[in-house]
Ligand binder design. Structure first.
Ligand SMILES: *Cc1c(COP(=O)(O)O)cnc(C)c1O
Length: 329
């Protein structure tokens, strides 16, 4: 079926954002390769500026605004990383940005967005209330609404990760990526399946409120109760009026799996203990799924997208330092 965003849009996005974002490393994981008996590689979006891949979509969206829209500015709702990336990109490009956050967003992320020069508004306890605040601001002040995931240019920007994977590991057979609103995985799937239709795309969500998984099971976008999770950047609804990512995920994602809080905690400890990587919970769900053996793997190389590193360090060090946890490994 025809989608509003195509593989060619991802190629265009790559040329557009190239001066502004990093091509991130793909590194082999000895620990996961030996555990899975496969060549497992880690795509380190955690080293992207602002600490997550969201910078790719943010720059692509802002660079495709009309001159008139650039002059008016943008407004968004975000669980943190999209707001931070959009604030950063907007300040680089000299565009006004207003970021509406829910009260669930951790303090470290709120502060980081303000420091980048964006205007921050805390609006209500869930994403749908914050979205209403965004619509209001758009109407009153003429700001352009930028969705964190349900936007063709955001999806195309995130998809540039898929182009890099094709170059860095041409024989990759399985790609494992976090799944929330679905912008990340839709972009990667579009880019990679155009070149290699047989590549398997596997999405991983936390079992506490997996909005996209529940929506796919229901056959339509479903509301979801927003629960606290170690994977805070994966919480929230896909939007009841979802236009793009619901259909893209339905058509392009081969498998979706869920992981528990304990499995995410184990993955964060593994990432630090075995790979010396600092990740946030939402970025570690792919490792969590491999450690818990939740995915039936093919024979070829596996790429695991590690999507960000914006974790509360006190929380992470408490997790890593947990003596009960040390006994596990
Ligand atoms: C936004 C985000 C995700 C999920 O991306 P979607 O496009 O919403 O599926 C995963 N990990 C991190 C770190 C994020 O910031």
């Amino acid at each position: 079926m025809a989608h509003a965003v195509q593989a060619a849009d991802v190629l265009a996005a790559r040329n557009r954002i190239d001066p502004w974002v990093q091509r991130t490393p793909l590194v082999r994981s000895e620990s996961l390769s030996s555990l899975c008996q496969r060549d497992v590689r880690l795509k380190l979006e955690s080293v992207q500026e602002t600490g997550s891949f969201k910078l790719r979509g943010a720059f692509n969206r802002l660079l495709t605004l009309s001159e008139d829209e650039k002059a008016r500015g943008v407004v968004t709702v975000s669980t943190g990383n999209h707001g931070r990336a959009l604030a950063f990109a907007a300040s680089r490009l000299g565009i006004r940005a207003v970021v509406c956050l829910t009260s669930l967003v951790p303090e470290n992320k709120v502060a980081a967005i303000g420091d980048l020069g964006a205007e921050v508004r805390i609006a209500g306890a869930d994403q749908d209330i914050a979205e209403a605040a965004v619509e209001q601001l758009a109407k009153e002040q003429g700001l352009v609404v930028v969705s964190p995931f349900d936007d063709p240019e955001i999806i195309a920007g995130q998809g540039t990760i898929g182009l890099e994977l094709l170059e860095q590991q041409p024989d990759v057979t399985d790609v494992i990526a976090p799944l929330s609103g679905g912008g990340l995985i839709s972009g990667i799937a579009l880019a990679m399946k155009a070149a290699r239709p047989a590549v398997r795309i596997i999405g991983v969500s936390m079992d506490r409120g997996p909005a996209m998984v529940l929506s796919q099971q229901a056959g339509k976008p479903m509301p979801v109760e927003e629960l606290l999770s170690l994977a805070d950047s994966l919480t929230g609804s896909i939007g009841l009026a979802n236009r793009h990512t619901f259909g893209l995920v339905r058509d392009l994602v081969d498998e979706m799996v869920l992981v528990s809080e304990a499995e995410i905690a184990a993955a964060l400890r593994h990432a630090y203990g075995q790979e010396r990587l600092i990740l946030e919970g939402g970025a570690a769900v792919g490792i969590a799924a491999l450690l818990a053996r939740r995915i039936a793997l093919g024979d070829g190389p596996i790429a695991v997208v590690l999507s960000g590193r914006n974790v509360n360090i006190a929380m992470l060090s408490a997790l890593i330092g947990d003596p009960a946890a040390a006994n596990e490994g």
